[in-house]
Design a binder for this molecule. Structure first.
Ligand code: ATP
Ligand code: MG
Length: 422
């Protein structure tokens, strides 16, 4: 089977690494990929916004299965393009169509869906510039802190949490005034939930599903969960508080009703459903859905999948997941993200990275690197994820931290406190 995976981050490196182990695989292509994926797959240069170019690559390389890593092409309708083009219809496509991808692409759509299917989530209301006065009044009915969300995709920056009513009201005006363009033409205001977050992932064909290992990521740049939000500074799996009793609630109250809803509404949904959850005194609530895997969660989830992943991905894309199972690796896995100094604010690119070959007992997933004149250099804020196995998450983290010291570039930074909250 020839496979084309779309994306270029640590998530895609980890998915590619797992697919590459499958005896079913003939050739693996990654577009655009990164220097990490180039080590064992063929990188193809392509913009993910250029659907026609992706279609051409698919035909040129006789792709049987296409897997989409990031959300933007899905929300913009790449699946619909493949389903509608006569010469691409035969390709198995893993990723929801434009309508189904609204579960991530529109916070209001997702909230309405949860409401229709009885999925527990924070109370909310949605406002536009026409109903801004109602929005300001609605905020008065809530208690601090206040949660405001741009309805559409905003590159992870569209959620604001404000401490005072005055700030929340000002932010509502700014958002509806066009802070994120069309993405904030509608704003969802939510009740604030207090608890600890985790991520649960399902792979679905639109009807049946298998659960992947759960994970917890670390979003803030600073130790002790302080400072600005990032794309993710590390992740651990399993999540100690996600015991059998808690996971049974997650499956019964959240995963099953979501899957039943997707099927009952006739959504064309193949691929990953990412449940962003919060544990409120032992009860799970949905914070958000994403229509793809998380990054860096994938860098711990893929290593904990013991089964060959390719038959599962292929079955999900073909509507044939019924009766299939996913075996988990009993070991824990953790990843530590090494980032460029200054990230998530301004940071440099192009610094030479050394010491990758000295890493021992960990996997190095490239997130933001480039190959320039024979050197691997930094090429993004999040540069590489160091994943290790262990008997438990602390054991795994110890190995990642040992290896994190061996990789060097100017102003490298990473959080040294991962797992200490668990
Ligand atoms: N109702 C809520 N109560 C408490 N915290 C919340 C709530 N909604 C969101 N948050 C916090 O804000 C973060 C971002 O919210 P959300 O996941 O909806 O945004 P997002 O931009 O889609 O995130 P991502 O980039 O991970 O997809 C959450 O991880 C959580 O920490
Ligand atoms: Mg999201």
């Amino acid at each position: 089977m020839n496979v084309l995976l779309l994306g270029s981050g640590g998530r895609e490196h980890a998915i590619a690494w797992k697919i590459a182990q499958s005896p079913l695989l003939s050739k693996l292509f990654v577009a655009p990929g990164n220097p990490g994926t180039a080590a064992f797959a063929t990188n193809l240069n392509c913009s993910l916004a250029d659907f026609a170019a992706i279609g051409t690559l698919t035909l040129t390389h006789q792709i049987d299965l296409i897997i989409v890593g990031p959300e933007v092409p899905l929300v913009e309708g790449l699946a619909d393009y493949f389903y509608s083009e006569e010469n691409l219809k035969h390709v198995r496509f893993l990723g929801p169509d434009k309508h189904a991808a609204q579960l991530e692409g529109s916070k209001d759509f997702a909230k309405q869906f949860m409401h229709r299917h009885g999925v527990p989530t924070a109370r909310y209301a949605t406002f536009t510039s026409e109903t801004i006065e109602e929005g300001l009044t609605y905020l008065e009915t809530l208690e601090a802190p206040y949660v405001l969300k741009a309805d559409g995709l905003a590159a992870g920056k569209g959620v604001l949490i404000l401490d005072t009513l005055g700030e929340a009201q000002e932010s509502l005006k700014t958002l509806l005034g066009g802070q994120f363009g069309a993405s904030s033409a509608r704003v969802v205001i939510e009740e604030f939930l207090t608890g600890i977050e985790l991520s649960v992932f399902a792979l679905t064909d639109g009807k049946d599903y298998v659960l992947l290992p759960e994970a917890k990521d670390y979003k803030r740049i600073g130790e002790g969960d302080t400072g600005l939000n990032t794309g993710g500074m590390g992740a651990v799996s399993p999540v100690p508080f996600a015991d059998d009793a808690f996971m049974t609630k997650v499956i019964d109250r959240i995963v099953k009703p979501t899957m039943t809803g997707i099927h009952a509404e006739g959504m064309r949904y193949t691929g990953f459903v990412f449940f962003g959850l919060i544990n409120v005194k032992g009860e799970p609530f949905v914070i958000e859905y994403n229509c793809r895997m998380g990054d860096p969660e994938t860098e711990v989830v893929m290593p904990r999948v013991a089964s060959d992943i390719l038959p599962l991905l292929n079955a999900a894309a073909s509507g044939k997941l019924a009766g299939m199972h996913l075996e988990k690796d009993a070991r824990a896995a953790c990843t530590v993200m090494l980032v460029a100094g200054g990230y998530p604010e301004d940071y440099r690119k192009g610094d030479v990275i050394t010491g990758i070959n000295e890493v021992n007992g960990s996997m190095v997933f490239h997130a933001g690197t480039a190959l320039v004149e024979g050197n691997i250099v930094t090429n993004g804020g999040r540069v590489m994820a160091i994943t290790s196995y262990g008997n438990d998450i602390h054991d795994a983290l110890r190995v990642s931290y040992e290896n994190a010291q061996k990789i060097e570039w100017k102003d490298k930074y990473y959080r040294r406190d991962l797992g200490k909250d668990l």
